[in-house]
Write a protein that binds this ligand. Structure first.
Ligand SMILES: Nc1nc2c(ncn2[C@@H]2O[C@H](COP(=O)(O)OP(=O)(O)OP(=O)(O)O)[C@@H](O)[C@H]2O)c(=O)[nH]1
Length: 310
C-alpha cells in the first residue's frame, strides 16, 4: 500500500472531523471489524499520538458504467450538490477532500473516471496507485451490476495484488423501494462478498440512508482468503468465524429484527472507507494487520467503531 506525506494545510471543516466510525450498511456487506484495527493504530488513536501513523494521502478511484452516477456521488460528497442533468465525464476528473480521522490529518484524492467506452483508455491510465477502488452500479439497472466485475478486474490489473481496499456501491437508491430494492441489494451483497468488497447503497439525490434491508441477511462463510460463499439466512447460527486471518472473520450477524441506526454522518460509507485506510497505515505492512488482530475493546465489537476520546 502506497501513501504520501502531506504538508500541513488549513484545518478541515467540522463535518470532516471523524471521531467514531459508522456501523455497517448490513453486517453481511461489511469486511472490517473493530478488532481488525492494528494495535498500533488503535493505541495511537486512543492516545492521540498520531506521530506514529503519520499524515496520509490516499487515492480513491471510482469506476463503473456510464450514467450510473459516479460524478453525482462525488459531487454530493464534496460539494453537497445534486444536478439532474447528465454531463458525461470526459476522461477523468478529480477532487481532493481533507479529513481528520481519529485525530489524524487525512486527505482523499478522489478520481472520477468516465464510464463511456471511448474514454476507457484515458481513464484506465489513472487507475495505478489506488488505495481504494469504488465500483459503482445503478440499483435500477442490474446490467450495470454485472459489469462491475469487468470494471474491477481492469482497475485491479493496474495495481499490486492485495494493495487496494474495495467498495461496491449501488447508486440511485431513491428510485427503488420494496421487493425490487431488496432483491437488487441481496444480489449486490453476494457479489460484494465474492469480490471481497464492502457494500453500500446510496443516493446522491436525497443523501438519505435507507432502513435496514432485511433481505440482505446473507450469511458469509469465509475461510482464510478463499472465495466466500453467500446465501440467504434468517439467523446467525450458520456463520463460521474465519481462521484468524482478520479480514476473513465473519461479520457478527444479528437477527433479522436488527434495525440500522439512523443516519448520523452524511456519507457513512466514505467514513467507512477512511476507517479501512486508517486500519492499515503505510508504516505498518498490511499483512501485519492481519495477525494477530488486536483484541476487541468489548465483546459486542462491530465494524468501523473505533472510538476516540473527545
Ligand atoms: N434519481 C437519482 N438520479 C441520479 C442519482 N445519481 C445520479 N443520478 C442521475 O443519473 C445521471 C447520470 O449521473 P452521473 O453522475 O453523470 O453519471 P456518471 O456515472 O458519472 O456518468 P459518466 O460520466 O458518463 O461515466 C444524471 O442525470 C444524474 O442526475 C441518484 O442518486 N438519484
Amino acid at each position: 500500500m502506497r501513501s504520501s506525506v502531506m504538508p500541513l494545510g488549513p484545518t478541515v471543516s467540522r463535518d470532516r472531523v471523524i471521531t467514531s466510525f459508522p456501523k455497517w450498511y448490513t453486517p453481511a456487506a461489511c469486511l472490517q471489524l473493530r478488532e481488525h484495527f492494528h494495535g498500533q493504530v488503535s493505541a495511537a488513536c486512543q492516545h492521540r499520538n498520531t506521530g506514529t501513523v503519520g499524515l496520509k494521502l490516499s487515492k480513491v478511484v471510482v469506476v463503473g458504467d456510464l450514467y450510473v452516477g459516479k460524478t453525482s456521488l462525488i459531487h454530493r460528497f464534496c460539494k453537497n450538490v445534486f444536478d439532474r442533468d447528465y454531463k458525461a465525464t470526459i476522461g477523468v476528473d478529480f477532487e481532493m477532500e481533507r479529513f481528520e480521522v481519529a485525530g489524524i490529518p487525512f486527505s482523499l484524492q478522489i478520481w472520477d473516471t468516465a464510464g463511456q467506452e471511448k474514454f476507457k483508455c484515458i481513464a484506465s491510465a489513472y487507475y495505478r496507485g489506488a488505495q481504494v477502488i469504488i465500483t459503482a452500479f445503478d440499483l435500477t439497472d442490474m446490467q450495470t451490476l454485472e459489469h462491475t466485475r469487468q470494471w474491477l478486474e481492469d482497475a485491479l490489473r493496474e495495481n499490486e495484488p492485495g494493495a487496494c481496499f474495495l467498495f461496491l456501491v449501488g447508486t440511485k437508491k431513491d428510485l427503488l423501494s420494496g421487493a425490487a430494492c431488496e432483491q437488487a441489494e441481496a444480489e449486490a451483497v453476494c457479489l460484494a462478498n465474492e469480490m471481497q468488497a464492502e457494500y453500500w447503497s446510496v443516493s446522491a439525490k436525497t443523501a438519505v440512508w435507507p432502513p435496514w434491508p432485511s433481505s440482505a441477511q446473507c450469511c458469509r462463510t469465509w475461510s482464510g482468503g478463499a472465495v466466500p460463499s453467500c446465501r440467504s439466512a434468517t439467523g446467525t447460527s450458520s456463520v463460521r468465524a474465519g481462521d484468524g486471518l482478520g479480514w476473513g472473520e465473519a461479520c457478527g450477524l444479528k437477527s433479522a429484527s436488527t434495525t440500522l441506526r439512523p443516519k448520523t454522518q452524511p456519507f457513512p460509507w466514505l467514513v467507512a472507507l477512511c476507517s479501512w485506510l486508517l486500519a492499515a497505515p503505510s508504516p505498518i505492512p498490511l499483512t501485519s494487520s492481519l495477525q494477530p488482530p488486536c483484541p476487541p475493546a468489548s465483546s459486542d465489537a462491530h465494524p468501523h467503531q473505533l472510538q476516540v476520546p473527545g
